[in-house]
Design a protein around this ligand. Structure first.
Ligand code: ZN
Length: 294
């Protein structure tokens, strides 16, 4: 098993992978389908996404397990298959990666709010622990708790994942740019607050994903870097802001469009750069090329 932190020690800005959800939609995943079920029913399609990112030159790829917490899977009636679906997700990415790059297990939000009493802390903790352990069994090197908006859920996920596996944990939140130029999550958390909470819970890499294009992520990284000068920062940016076209949400920034912003993200303090919604292996290849160029 490789250490992400060790790899970061070299000082080189690492490249992560791009989108999974929008790539699987291209392959036929419909709204309302359970993406994690595809790890079993459409294994070759999921493997193709993973391979695309390995071949693009990414230093790390994620797994198709974003919605793999049992609490989330319950919404599709497959809660009891959490162990199987997460282990399969990890095994697919491991097969694609071999030892060419790291595999980082994706753990997204449950979709339920602790604050509202929709789930108990114990239920959320046990679910994330089960998911983390299944991802470890499938062969991941590290875990990423991602797209978080609430500090309580993020902290529980980090603690559960650490307790269950002892693996290195990345934690990213999703921020929106408000009309007055401030960034905060849907639950009102600022980049500085998110970074501090993630660190305190035991994350060794902090960051931001989704919600913003490469442009807007520059502001998020600056704020996070100001609040925390030392902890490595990961950014997974969308291919621009979403645009509604023929009733479909699309992301229009091309690999060529994002190149100048990649350099600026690195200069502002991002240590790992990859993509979220709308990004493709082409975007990842462009990031690799730009970061290698000087
Ligand atoms: Zn996204």
């Amino acid at each position: 098993m490789k250490s992400l932190l060790k790899l970061l020690e070299s000082g080189r800005v690492l490249v992560s992978d791009g989108a999974w959800g929008t790539m699987l939609q291209e392959k036929g995943l419909q709204a309302g389908d359970c993406p994690e079920l595809w790890n079993v029913t459409h294994r070759s399609d999921v493997l193709a996404v993973a391979k695309g990112y390995v071949e693009a030159g990414a230093d790390m790829i994620l797994t198709n397990s974003f919605g793999g917490s049992p609490v989330k899977l319950a919404q599709y009636g497959v809660r009891e298959r959490a162990d199987e679906l997460n282990e399969a997700a990890a095994a697919i990415s491991r097969e694609a990666a071999g030892d060419r790059c790291l595999v980082v297990g994706s753990m997204g939000p449950t979709g339920k709010f602790l604050m509202m009493g929709e789930v108990t802390e114990q239920e959320v903790f046990d679910g994330f622990a089960l998911q983390a352990n299944a991802l470890r069994k499938g062969g991941v090197d590290a875990l990423v708790v991602e797209t978080m908006s609430a500090i309580d859920e993020a902290a529980i996920a980090i603690r559960a994942a650490r307790r269950a596996t002892g693996l290195e944990i990345i934690c990213t939140f999703t921020f929106d740019l408000t009309a007055n130029g401030e960034y905060h999550t849907m639950m009102g958390v600022s980049p500085g607050e998110a970074a501090a909470a993630a660190k305190e819970a035991g994350a060794s890499v902090i960051g931001a994903n989704c919600g913003n294009g490469f442009d807007q992520m520059i502001g998020v990284v600056k704020e996070m870097r100001k609040a925390d000068p030392v902890t490595p920062i990961l950014v997974h940016a969308n291919a621009g802001l979403p645009v509604l076209k023929d009733g479909k949400t699309v992301y229009l920034e091309t690999p060529h469009d994002i190149v100048p912003k990649v350099r600026e993200l690195a200069d502002c303090g991002a240590n790992i750069i990859g993509g979220c919604c709308g990004t493709t292996p082409g975007h990842i290849r462009a990031i690799v090329g730009e970061l290698k160029s000087n």
